[in-house]
Design a protein around this ligand. Structure first.
Ligand code: ZN
Length: 345
């Protein structure tokens, strides 16, 4: 068995662990609900148990280190989880110190959005790009920026909080306290809220039928739009416009070679893409308009493989083109290593 990393993706609802190969292939995966209200010691205990499970199933694994990602704010250099709003009782937890003492191996830490950006860049939809912006659109909006072959960290690793860039002066208040954040108008939550306001329980609309007369979610909107429902199609058009405005800002700020869109709403990417494109055509300066906007490829393993690559690809640029070509030769023409996932476990 080749060299592996143990990877952990610590989320507010789910804790995922995996054994990952240098190619980005996932050899084994485990997960369980995060004890999000129980404090850092309990959750780190969960990580240790999951690690034990993975190593027991694969006793021959040559694990060279641990890559972990967690919600921000966190300081990747110092290895400290500063205090994520979704995890109770986490205040300046020295994750790298704790895990390296536990496992006796090198540990690297990154925030979850940056880790997912790394995953998509090294193994997924951003392969081969020197600069890339990854945007995840689901309950909120998060992102990571790869600039000239590196994650763009900024002061204390806090850069690229793109969900909270102000893109309008109106609308619902964001949980951060501001009005007009990208996330407040363009997240899946915002789309669901607009759909809920547009309809009423018992009005017989397709949206309310799908939601069983409860609150309408972004998923219901996409589902209804696929059947040609006019109200849903209107909501999708408005959503695509907001995404297009945000993406235009990202193009102007970072000049990426590609924007990769992930998160739950990427399930409706085909429906949203024409409106996103049209908005970019209308708003972006000429030189930025030809940048591809593509859906993410790795789904919910982007963070895991990105975190693993902190160990397995340490000190290397993401994707020298020569390396991509070698991998393609090895794996068969055109096939991306990240697109395959081993089916053990
Ligand atoms: Zn905000």
């Amino acid at each position: 068995m080749s060299t592996l990393a143990l990877a952990f993706d610590l989320g507010g609802t789910e804790l995922r662990g995996a054994l990952v190969e240098r190619s980005g292939d996932v050899v084994a995966r485990v997960s369980e609900p995060t004890l999000a209200g129980a404090g850092s010691e309990a959750v780190i205990g969960q990580i240790i148990v999951l690690a034990g499970k993975l190593l027991k199933e694969h006793p021959q694994a040559r694990v060279i280190g641990i890559g972990a990602c967690a919600p921000g704010p966190l300081d990747p250099k110092a290895g400290i989880v500063i205090g994520p709003p979704t995890l109770a009782g986490w205040h300046n937890v020295p994750m790298i110190d704790i895990l390296s003492r536990q496992f006796g191996r090198p540990v690297r830490l990154e925030n979850d959005a940056n880790a997912a950006a790394l995953g998509e860049w090294r193994f997924g939809a951003g392969r081969g790009a020197a600069s890339m912006v990854f945007v995840t659109v689901s309950t909120g909006i998060g992102g990571g920026v790869i600039a000239d072959g590196h994650i763009y960290h900024g002061r204390r690793g806090l850069a690229a909080e793109i969900g909270h860039m102000t893109i309008t002066g109106e609308g619902d208040r964001c949980f951060c306290g501001n009005v007009g954040c990208f996330e407040a108008v363009a997240s899946g939550t915002a789309l669901g809220r607009r759909a809920t306001r547009l309809t009423k329980p018992g009005d017989g609309s397709q949206l309310r039928r799908l939601s069983n007369d409860g609150d309408v979610s972004a998923r219901h909107v996409i589902e209804a739009a696929r059947t040609g429902d006019a109200a849903a199609l209107g909501l999708v058009e408005a959503e695509a416009k907001w995404l297009g405005i945000g993406f235009t800002n990202l193009l102007h700020l970072y000049s990426p070679e590609v924007i990769v869109m992930g998160g739950g709403l990427a399930n409706g990417f085909d429906l949203l893409a024409p409106g996103i494109r049209a908005t970019i055509e209308e708003r972006a300066m000429q030189a930025y308009r030809d940048v591809p906007i593509v859906p993410a490829e790795l789904g919910d393993r982007a963070g895991l493989v990105g975190a693993a690559s902190l160990i397995l690809w340490e000190g290397e640029p993401g994707t020298a083109l020569a390396m991509v070509q070698n991998d393609e030769t090895k794996n068969g023409a055109g096939e991306k290593p990240g697109a395959r996932e081993a089916s053990h476990g």
